[in-house]
Design a protein around this ligand. Structure first.
Ligand code: TYC
Length: 101
């Protein structure tokens, strides 16, 4: 190998891909009380008052709205906990977990 023909290999950083993140999307329904949705968004997803209110209103008006983005296991755990809390109250509240583009 000549001196000018330096072989380079990708650094560890270049080889590591950014871990995929997942969107949690809130779905509207006709039965869950708006105030309960806001409580769940604050309690489980740690949204502040005004963001929780805006996310709930957006789902109510448009059918669905982005709550936040997390690693897959965190997104799924939060959604399970939130839907179980709703179910215990007899509400059909639902979320989607989708890979970020
Ligand atoms: N549409 C519900 C109602 O009128 C309130 C609601 C808002 C429910 C957002 C779910 O994701 C939701 N009681």
């Amino acid at each position: 190998m000549s001196d000018t023909e330096l072989k380079t290999r990708p650094s560890v950083r270049e080889k590591l891909e950014r871990p995929k993140r997942f969107q949690v999307i809130l779905l509207n329904d006709d039965y869950t009380p708006a105030e309960f949705v806001v409580l769940v968004l604050k309690g489980e997803f740690r949204l502040d008052d005004s963001r929780a209110e805006r996310v709930m209103q957006a789902a109510h008006q448009k059918g669905a709205s982005l709550v936040s983005v997390y690693p897959r296991d965190i997104a799924e755990t939060k959604v399970s906990r939130a839907t179980e809390t709703a179910q215990r109250m007899g509400y059909p509240l639902k979320f989607l977990v989708e890979p970020e583009e």
